[in-house]
Design a protein around this ligand. Structure first.
Ligand code: ASP
Length: 345
């Protein structure tokens, strides 16, 4: 029988937290889990049963792709009933994408999946990795007064905050507080203690067993607008071979050029069945596509509003919905609704 101690599974995928300096090139490269854990002797002071699995080999998160998300999701599914929570150690570069993707793939999740990493390797004197790892373990083990898991979603723990995974964005390549969720409050503040913002925590409306959806369709892309984008380039991007969905990163409240060629190119892509989702380039706020004439033209051309979704959530949600084999009309319908708290409705 499982003991009363919290049982936590660490999934080590790589990232700076476990990196060491290559003697020849002096650049950082991923290293194995034993090196990482040997640098956190304090972990033994937590009275938890901790097991781990590791990517073989561990990777820099710039190499992450949907097959890695599947590997993580498979590991969570396989061990779901044996552990109270999961801590994923991951590079910061694509952490927000992985957090968003997993939030969709792990349908009906009701246990904590806490993703963390660090800006400085765990072997360095001033590392932030030790504290991040220990706090992530504590959050994964935290329970409510009734003994239920406190966190029942995919979240990113970094330095002083716990953020909803599918609301997070990497904001800094230098600061220890590297992540932020610009359109949603923090799930917890980390100071002398861990202070949960219980009103902000996700609670699934229906208690259903975990159901992992593995298939992510990669026939999607992102188009980031800029003044000077030409018709030739835009049309080329809109008609990439096999393209099913596009995240269009627009200006401000969801605005785009009003030139006739621009609207025509967008409308023609929509008519070909390509789902185009409007998300803002701004880090804060969202799309209000009826506010300006320029945004309204996009809406009239059939572009769907992504409201206040991050572009990380938008692109992974498209992969997820097309991965369910939904026809474009269905994807268009579902993409603007909240599946697991990624959008304010
Ligand atoms: N390049 C590293 C990675 O994403 C950066 C980090 O972990 O902070 O794996």
């Amino acid at each position: 029988m499982k003991s009363a101690k919290p049982h936590i599974l660490i999934i080590y995928t790589g990232g700076t937290i476990g990196m060491i300096e290559d003697a020849a090139t002096h650049s950082l490269r991923p290293f194995d889990f034993n090196h990482l854990i040997d640098n956190v002797p304090k972990i033994k002071m937590l009275d938890y049963c901790i097991d781990h699995v590791q990517f073989d080999p561990p990777i820099d998160s710039s190499d992450m792709n949907p097959s890695h998300w599947q590997e993580i999701a498979r590991c969570v599914e396989k061990n779901y009933s044996s552990y109270d929570g999961f801590v994923i150690l991951h590079g910061t570069d694509t952490m927000a994408y992985t957090a968003s993707a997993l939030s969709f793939m792990l349908e009906n999740l009701s246990k904590p999946v806490i993703i963390t990493g660090s800006q400085l390797p765990i072997g360095e004197v001033r590392t932030d990795g030790e504290e991040n790892l220990i706090t992530a373990l504590q959050i994964a083990a935290a329970t409510t007064r009734t003994g239920a898991p406190m966190v029942q979603e995919v979240a990113i723990l970094f330095e002083n905050y716990l953020w909803r995974g599918n609301r997070s964005t990497k904001m800094s390549a230098d600061n220890f507080n590297a992540f932020k969720s610009n359109n949603y409050p923090s799930l917890a503040k980390i100071g002398l203690g861990v202070h949960f913002n219980t009103d902000a925590l996700w609670r699934s409306p229906a208690r259903r067993p975990l159901s992992v959806k593995y298939n992510m369709d990669e026939s999607v892309t992102v188009i980031d607008l800029y003044p000077g984008i030409s018709e030739k380039i835009l049309r080329y991007q809109l008609s990439a071979p096999g393209i099913k969905g596009i995240v269009l990163k627009t200006y401000g409240a969801g605005n785009a050029p009003t030139a006739q060629w621009f609207t025509d190119a967008i409308r023609e892509a929509v008519d070909r069945g390509v789902v185009i989702l409007n998300v803002t380039q701004c880090v804060n706020g969202g799309v209000h596509d009826k506010r300006y004439y320029s945004g309204n033209r996009l809406a009239e051309a059939g572009v769907v509003s992504g409201h206040d979704m991050t572009s990380e959530a938008a692109i992974t949600k498209m992969m997820f919905l097309f991965g369910l084999d939904m026809p474009p009309e269905e994807v268009r319908k579902h993409i603007g609704y909240s599946l697991c708290g990624e959008i304010t409705v």
